[in-house]
Design a protein around this ligand. Structure first.
Ligand SMILES: C[S@@+](CC[C@H](N)C(=O)[O-])C[C@H]1O[C@@H](n2cnc3c(N)ncnc32)[C@H](O)[C@@H]1O
Length: 393
């Protein structure tokens, strides 16, 4: 199958794989509708032997997973497009595009096809091509996302998409880390554990790693429920403990997650991550009360913040902006982005910090920047700073 569009498609795909920015490739739209092979989902995995492409072959009644090196994988994708499928959808951090082959053999590439958005409604096709397998998935069934036949329940489709989206976004950050054997992952404020289970599933069953994972939760009934589900799912490396983010006793943290931990609980979590020297800190803040109460704007911004809603939004932005800067002050490279559609929840900002140095070169400048911002907004102290000051004093 030689064609300029095909060559262009494989060049783009090759670049995304080599730069590790490929999130996933989905081969679908069967050439033969009677075939049992319904689609193939391909993503990058980091194994001891090096980067491999993980193929999930989705058959009518089962999923089969295989890893291939890059050359083999590209050849296999090419062959599948000649014999099994008409479409190839590529999702990467930068762009989304689709290769379309017609039954007459015409080939087109459609760039910037709309990215899958969580919360945009239910359809069986959109449910099928997800990173997390549903077949015999016990934790998804126990958490009520799947029915007893392991199908996504109609009323839980948004939750299922949200969980997959979260894994799609987190995957590239995790795959880039050089993690020790038996690394520790902590999910602070794990709640019912949807995302904790999904991450454990991804790390063990897709990336083939062996993490020691702990969910920390202040509500005992949720801890009991989650431990029960972990035992039913046979997730031996995952446990949930009852405690508070600030005081819970933990050995060590390599990856810290805190999603929608309320108000300053996010700061407690970031503090635990930084002081534990975590390689990766991921948080999606929830309510932003602390900084709003601290706001004493006396400059030209007052004409904006006199409107309650605008003051609230400013407070959210500055709370999370200062969080990211404080993480930078402690040697983390940060990224702040929207992680799920606002249709699902307005609390959709994710802050990711990757540890790059013990003593960042521009630390003085970052500290001055933090100070200037605080003065501009009339803020005495960000709660996260207070945690560091208290630990010294
Ligand atoms: C909004 S839920 C989010 C649950 C989960 N992380 C998610 O995103 O699906 C927040 C959870 O964090 C727990 N939580 C809040 N503050 C906490 C703290 N300081 N220590 C431990 N758990 C906390 C709450 O009990 C609740 O279950």
């Amino acid at each position: 199958m030689e064609n300029r569009q095909i060559t262009l498609f494989f060049d783009k795909l090759n670049n995304l794989i080599r730069s590790k920015t490929l999130i996933k490739l989905v081969l679908s739209n069967q050439r033969d509708h009677t075939s049992d092979l319904k689609s193939i989902i391909i993503s990058i995995v980091a194994l001891k032997k090096g980067e491999r492409l993980n193929f999930v072959f989705r058959y009518k009644t089962k999923d089969i997973t295989k890893n291939h090196d890059i050359e083999e994988a590209l050849a296999l994708i090419k062959k599948s497009l000649e014999t099994d499928f008409f479409n190839a959808d590529v999702f990467s951090n930068e762009e989304t595009f689709r290769l379309l082959i017609t039954s007459h053999g015409k080939v087109k590439i459609r760039s910037n096809a709309p990215a899958i958005k969580a919360g945009a409604g239910f359809s069986h096709d959109r449910m099928k091509d997800r990173i997390l397998a549903t077949q015999n998935n016990i934790y998804l069934r126990e958490l009520g996302i799947l029915n007893s036949g392991f199908e996504v329940r109609h009323d839980m489709s948004d939750k299922f998409l949200q969980i997959n989206k979260y894994i799609e976004l987190l995957g590239p950050f995790i795959r880039d880390l050089d993690l020790p054997e038996g690394f520790h992952v902590t999910d602070m404020g794990s709640g019912k554990g949807y995302l904790t289970f999904a991450l454990y599933d991804y790390l063990t069953n897709i990336l083939g790693k062996k993490p020691v994972m702990t969910g920390v939760e202040s509500k005992k009934e949720l801890v009991n429920l989650s431990n029960d589900v972990a035992s039913k799912a046979g997730f031996a490396g995952l446990k949930f403990i009852n405690g508070t983010i600030r005081t819970v006793e933990l050995d060590h943290i390599d990856i810290l997650i805190a999603l929608h931990a309320c108000d300053t609980a996010t700061d407690d979590a970031i503090y635990r991550g930084i002081t534990s020297g975590a390689s990766l800190i991921v948080c999606a803040p929830c309510c932003h009360k602390q900084i709003r109460k601290e706001f004493h704007v006396t400059n030209e911004l007052k004409s904006v913040t006199k409107h309650g809603i605008l003051e609230e939004r400013q407070a959210e932005i500055i709370t999370d902006g200062l969080r990211a800067l404080i993480m930078e002050e402690y040697g983390y490279k940060t990224k702040v982005f929207e992680f799920i559609s606002t249709d699902h929840t307005p609390k959709n900002v994710m802050i990711v910090g990757r540890k790059i140095s013990e003593k960042p070169a521009g630390r003085e400048k970052i500290m001055k920047n933090i100070q200037a911002l605080k003065e501009f907004y009339g803020i005495k102290q960000h709660y996260l700073e207070k945690l560091f000051i208290n630990s010294i004093g």
